[in-house]
Design a protein around this ligand. Structure first.
Ligand SMILES: Cc1ncc(COP(=O)(O)O)c(C=O)c1O
Length: 439
């Protein structure tokens, strides 16, 4: 029986439309959901970019059950429990060298805001309190906190909230439809030149005012926009030259999707902070965090010893259940060698995704790691309508996707077989054809 739908104000959902035509999920195992009437819906977006190890993983379930029986809750404010310390230690050991201090929160949005606060705290602690301007990027997504929407570059998210609160400026998006429409992986050319825009912004604002630059290694939520080779390296060099912190928002790219634990490793550019969430618990519990370079952390560790060095934290920071899920997920990623498995799948994934290029209305396909965006031509009636119709059609055809604007996201679980990727792509093709036929 369907639940009453009125009371729940759904996030990032056209509520009236959904409630008129609900699409409910009832259970999940491995790479597939089931609807309440038992229909299979392949998980073409890993839940929401988070269920890399597959749904219902027994090791994660077991760890969470065990944890609940032992310690259901413990604050991390001036008391602690072993799980949070163990998790931070393990994440620090997996991150690039020198990045081994970890602040835990409950979501990507909180993690972004935390990273911005750490940058401000670092500026003050090093006698540069006037450094309080941030540089983000157009078409970047950094969650929905006021800090995140300030540095983010999604017009729809910013419009409603009065331009937000922080002092920010934005780099241009790396997306160039004229030259990148059907590029496989990273575009080869132009990255270093593109990164020079940061020099222009530094010249405009002066480095003495800029706390940090924050970018996703590739823009995920706005449709998988992949920067050219050399772009991130260019940002790193410019940040080094001017003493700016570089923050990578790896909420999507972190913990395996790039064929490495972090995009920083896959793309060989080491930032000063890495923001993470999503895949760290395989979606089984809310948890996010910021990995901070030890030198930045150490600089902030000052002031009277009886006061918090950083006045920041959440009631559920380091929640025992979420930490247990994350520790188990790290076991799974390691024991099942999932980053390596992703690397093995990447060439087939790329071929399968680009095989959709001749589906009706497809105007661009981008991919990196196990992430792809399949962009459809907008309808004359307005941007986003075709994408929304295709997303609904995909569900009806038995594959879960998401459509920021008119781009369908394809980001399968790491445990998928090549045949699963093909089945998902076949269903996406059917959905794109249905959308064309009913347009
Ligand atoms: C890059 C990036 N940062 C931050 C977030 C926000 O994460 P959350 O929804 O957990 O707050 C997201 C969510 O998709 C994201 O893709």
């Amino acid at each position: 029986m369907s639940p009453a739908l009125d009371a729940y104000w759904m996030p990032f959902t056209p509520n009236r439309q959904f409630k008129a035509e609900p699409r409910l999920l009832a259970s999940a195992q491995g790479i597939a959901y089931r609807t309440p009437d038992g229909r299979e819906v392949l998980d073409g977006i890993s839940g929401l970019w988070c269920v890399g190890s597959g749904h219902g993983h027994p090791h994660i379930i077991e760890a969470m059950k065990r944890q609940l029986g032992v310690l259901d809750y413990a604050s991390s404010f001036q008391v602690g429990h072993a799980g949070a310390f163990e998790l931070a230690e393990r994440i620090g050991a997996l991150a690039p060298p020198g990045m081994d201090r970890v602040f835990l929160v409950n979501s990507g949005s909180e993690a972004v805001d935390t990273a911005l606060k750490v940058a401000l705290a670092h500026a003050r602690a090093t006698g540069q309190g006037e450094k309080n301007l941030f540089i983000g990027r157009e078409r970047g997504f950094h969650g929905v906190g006021f800090g995140g929407i300030s540095v983010g570059g999604m017009t729809n998210n910013r419009r409603a909230f009065g331009g937000a609160m922080l002092r920010v400026d934005h780099l241009s998006s790396t997306w160039d439809p004229a030259t990148q429409a059907f590029v496989r992986g990273q575009p080869a050319d132009g990255g270093a030149a593109m990164s020079q825009e940061l020099e222009r912004l530094v010249a405009l604002h002066d480095a003495s005012n800029i706390a940090a630059v924050i970018v996703e290694p590739f823009a995920g939520s706005t449709g998988v926009l992949v920067p050219p080779v050399g772009y991130l390296q260019g940002l790193r060099e410019i940040c080094d030259r001017h003493g700016l912190l570089l923050i990578f928002d790896e909420v999507i790219s972190g913990f395996g999707r790039m064929g490495a634990l972090f995009a920083a490793q896959a793309l060989e550019v080491v930032p000063d902070m890495i923001v993470f969430a999503k895949t760290i618990t395989n979606g089984a519990a809310p948890l996010g965090g910021v990995i901070v370079k030890r030198s930045i952390h150490d600089a902030v560790m000052q002031g009277p010893r009886h006061l918090s060095e950083l006045m920041h934290g959440y009631t559920c920071s380091g929640h025992p259940l979420a930490c247990a899920a994350a520790l188990a997920q790290l076991d799974v990623l390691e024991q099942e060698q999932l980053p390596r498995r992703v690397r093995g799948l990447m060439p087939s994934f790329e071929n399968i995704v680009h095989g959709l290029a001749d589906a009706p209305g497809v105007v661009s396909i981008r991919n990196l790691g196990l992430a792809a965006g399949i962009e459809l031509a907008p309808e004359a009636a307005g941007a986003g309508r075709r994408g929304a119709r295709a997303q609904a059609a995909a569900f009806d055809r038995g594959v879960l996707t998401r459509a920021p604007g008119d781009t369908l996201i394809f980001a399968p679980p790491f445990i998928s077989e090549v045949a699963d990727l093909q089945r998902m792509a076949d269903r996406l093709r059917q959905a794109i054809e249905d959308t064309e036929a009913s347009g």
